[in-house]
Design a binder for this molecule. Sequence first.
Ligand code: FES
Ligand SMILES: [Fe+2]
Length: 395
Amino acid sequence: MKAVFMSIAAHPRVKQRRNDFDFTSAGPDSPGGKLLRRSWQPVYISEKLKAGSLVPLHVFGERFTLYRGESGAAHLVGFRCAHRRTQLSVGWVRGDDVQCLYHGWTYDASGACTARPGERPPGPCATASIPSYPVREHLGLIFVYLGEGEPPELPFSGFSRPGIITNMSFEMPCNWWQSYENVFDEAHAAFVHSRSGSHADLGRGAEVETEITETAYGFDRNTWVGDGPRRVCLYPFPNHMRLYIGRVKGLANDGPWLEAFLSHIPSHDEHHTVHMAILIPLVGTDAEDYREKQVAIRARIEGAEPVDEVARDILAGRRTLDDVLDHPLLLQVEDAVAQGAQGPLYDRTDELLGRTDIGVSRLRRVFERELGAISSGGTTKTWNYANQPDPSQGF
Ligand code: FES
Ligand SMILES: [Fe+2]
């Protein structure tokens, strides 16, 4: 594979000739997939996986079975039974094992076959194992490690402030890389989010300045307008983000800033999920009041139409953004529409980058370096996720 991205920093309006450098693929054999598999990845919200239940997972171009044993521990194993390849998520959890629906073959959390009813002998079978993967629960999310060798440290150890941690996921109707490029692109906010008003204070959003710095853990992004304060967002490599996302609403005075950790998790080329852990930095009676209010807010979010489905409807012309102003995840719908409007997997061959794309450019060049090292068998950067500062909200 050959790197053909031109340096748009030196030539900000130069046209990219080709898209040979594949940022977008996430399958196990692609350089991008190998890169993503080097990090712990959140794939599910912990509280949604009840003890004794199984779910099918489609992430990073592969299918898996995620389940929670009766002990309360979460486990990730292969998608299909070793016998006649039945989908294991339609089977049963037995203790901390999973049993296939079809003929009852059973596997423990390490993927070892512990029983084959009807076979002689019906007990464990060393040749009938299925894959299994490390799992950790952190910040209300289920993280899995799909890479080779010993897992690294988590991409983010936890929030520095006390408070309530809540979780949210939403689906996006496009390739994951489109959304990850988007979160390096503050200039979109003034336009894409003009309805939700998430960046109302930005006002002159089109004049936003951006500075991207590569760090030991990934990137820092500084953005500011004129002489205003700087907003700092962090990007633990390769597909995570930390940011302040607005103030806690409904308090007597302006509430404290909410902080989020989020990850863009590809399922296949044309779809991905964003998993979030959100810190609501309230304690004591403020926290209790908030929890009560949150019941109604969460019910509205849970009952809302999925973000990707609303976006597809809008992209098909059946509705407009102005028809969905009361959607509780309007900001996410706005992003899904903007990014879906580039196409489910957009062709970067004919784009024309400009000054506001500095973040996108910087991101691409670092990925280009790392993907090139993976493709050529060279040395990739060892990321160090310790000692991350907190993000900040500049405007
Ligand atoms: S296919 Fe799973 S036990 Fe037969
Ligand atoms: Fe956005």
